[in-house]
Write a protein that binds this ligand. Structure first.
Ligand SMILES: [Zn+2]
Length: 224
């Protein structure tokens, strides 16, 4: 009842494998667990699972960008479910958070940075729409911004590396959430409120049943 199509990284044009498994459904397995997941999973489910095993997560998207690549407008989001605990690991260009990538040069830019960092620090749970019936609340969140950007007291003449925007900078959010139940099932991204400048997301989802990854829209649906 399931049609699985999967492409293996390195053979972008060929070898589409279709299978109609009965009991043991194939899972996309990556030889290296982490950010460099060499698989794109395209999964079409038609019907109810008769198995008691939990479904693996599902992300329908394009192939992930290069691990660690700095691409304006592209966020890298890792979501890891461990029971009722959800870890949100988000990394993206400072330009896509603040609108610029240099240390703030004016009171207005300093306010923009402070406000955006605060929005990220408190908004980890609002980046997602969780599976039906599950609510998740932020336990802790840490935002790492480039040195000189997060400093409220940054003056006009400090930070030697505060050059004229020729270097690229990244912002990192690491948030831990506790949910009312295990957050397994259909969910979606909701970047528009918190990070409206993000145009695509390299999403990787980890659960006890497996992992899935893909480059998706900032409001894409996926399944934990
Ligand atoms: Zn940049």
């Amino acid at each position: 009842m399931y049609l699985h199509l999967y492409w293996t990284h390195g053979t972008p044009t060929g070898s589409v494998t279709m299978s109609f498994p009965t009991l043991d459904r194939p899972q996309v397995r990556s030889p290296s667990v982490g950010w460099t997941i060499p698989c794109l999973l395209l999964f079409v489910a038609c019907g109810e699972s008769s198995s008691a095993r939990p479904d693996p997560p599902l992300v329908e998207g394009e192939r992930l960008g290069t691990a660690g690549a700095h691409e304006h407008g592209i966020a890298r989001l890792g979501l890891a479910v461990d029971g009722t605990r959800l870890t949100v690991d988000l990394q993206l260009p400072a330009e896509s958070v603040f609108g610029f990538e240099h240390a703030p040069r004016s009171a207005e830019e300093r306010a923009t940075v402070a406000e955006a960092i605060d929005r990220l620090r408190t908004g980890g749970a609002r980046l997602l729409a969780f599976p039906d019936g599950v609510t998740c609340a932020l336990d802790s969140a840490e935002v790492e911004a480039p040195e000189g950007m997060e400093d409220d007291h940054a003056g006009e003449d400090q930070h030697a590396h505060e050059d004229e925007g020729t270097q690229h900078e990244e912002v990192h959010l690491l948030a831990s959430l506790t949910c009312s139940g295990e957050p397994i099932g259909p969910a979606s991204l909701r970047f528009a409120d918190i990070l409206p400048d993000v145009v695509q997301v390299d999403l990787t989802v980890f659960t006890a049943a497996g992992e899935a990854a893909g480059r998706v829209a900032p409001d894409a649906s996926f399944r934990f």
